[in-house]
Design a protein around this ligand. Structure first.
Ligand SMILES: Nc1ncnc2c1ncn2[C@@H]1O[C@H](COP(=O)(O)OP(=O)(O)OP(=O)(O)O)[C@@H](O)[C@H]1O
Length: 238
């Protein structure tokens, strides 16, 4: 579904990603982890062709992203749903309208929209909130709206960029259950996260990036403690 072959992206002298190769299969659930500045956003932006690789090849589904024409970029992005840490809902539209908007962009009929939006709102657990405005919802409910909007057009891939970053632990657990259910319907999920507890609990594939290099790709635990400061171990005398 997503294949990077020897991909390099430089920002002038700065390394974004260097000689990265990885293959994410259709239906995978992948956590993308790594310290701040590691290259996670670069990886995601390359998938969406918000950035162009300097070298290597990127394939997303049937799209050769590295050689995609400008005309094909919107087609690629329509196959990919995205959820962000800060929800990014339209404040003056109701829940229904926020989700319907993603179908209107795809020129779906009013009839299709009236049928599908309530189905998906029910699927994400907020079937009774269609008439509310985003600011009348809890943070977890707002993220459910954002997820409904991201999946309404049946994308092959869902990218979740720190989707639990603004949520308390219990709410985050509910969102992870929902993402797991969406993955079980066949949607490939790539989730960027710093949430060690979630990664450890979910026991999924973990791709770790550090300084632009993929340093780990296997199943299981988060792998390292970001709060650990090795200098303390070296310099603490007790
Ligand atoms: N526009 C830019 N110009 C110059 N350097 C950049 C630019 N964008 C990113 N970088 C550099 O590329 C590297 C990777 O950045 P990236 O944003 O991909 O990291 P990240 O893993 O997403 O970090 P975070 O967890 O903080 O979001 C960093 O060293 C960063 O400073």
């Amino acid at each position: 579904m997503i294949t990077f072959t020897n991909v390099t992206k430089m920002y002038g002298e700065n390394v974004g990603l260097e000689n990265a190769s990885v293959n994410i299969e259709n239906g995978d659930f992948v956590f993308l982890v790594g310290p701040s500045g590691a290259g996670k956003s670069t990886f995601i932006k390359l998938i969406l062709k918000e950035l162009d690789a300097d070298a290597g090849k990127i394939q997303v589904g049937e799209y050769d992203v590295t050689n995609l024409s400008n005309r094909q970029i919107p087609q690629l992005r329509r196959k990919i749903g995205i959820v962000f840490q800060d929800f990014r809902l339209l404040p003056k539209k109701t829940v229904f309208e926020n989700v319907a908007f993603a179908m209107e962009i795809m020129h779906k009929s009013r009839r299709q929209i009236r049928k599908r939006v309530p189905q998906v709102l029910t699927l994400v657990g907020i079937g009774d909130k269609a008439k509310r405005y985003p600011q009348e919802l809890s943070a977890g409910e707002q993220q459910r709206v954002a997820i409904a909007r991201a999946i309404i057009n049946n994308p092959k891939v869902l990218i979740a960029d720190e989707p639990t970053g603004n949520l308390d632990p219990d709410t985050a657990t509910g969102i992870m259950q929902l993402l797991d259910e969406i993955n079980e319907t066949g949607t490939t999920i790539v989730m960027v996260t710093h949430a060690k507890d979630i990664v450890d609990r979910m026991n999924k594939r973990v791709i770790a990036i550090e300084s632009g290099h993929i340093v780990r790709d296997d199943y299981g635990q988060y792998g390292y403690d970001e709060d650990d400061d090795y200098r303390e171990e070296v310099f603490t005398d007790d």
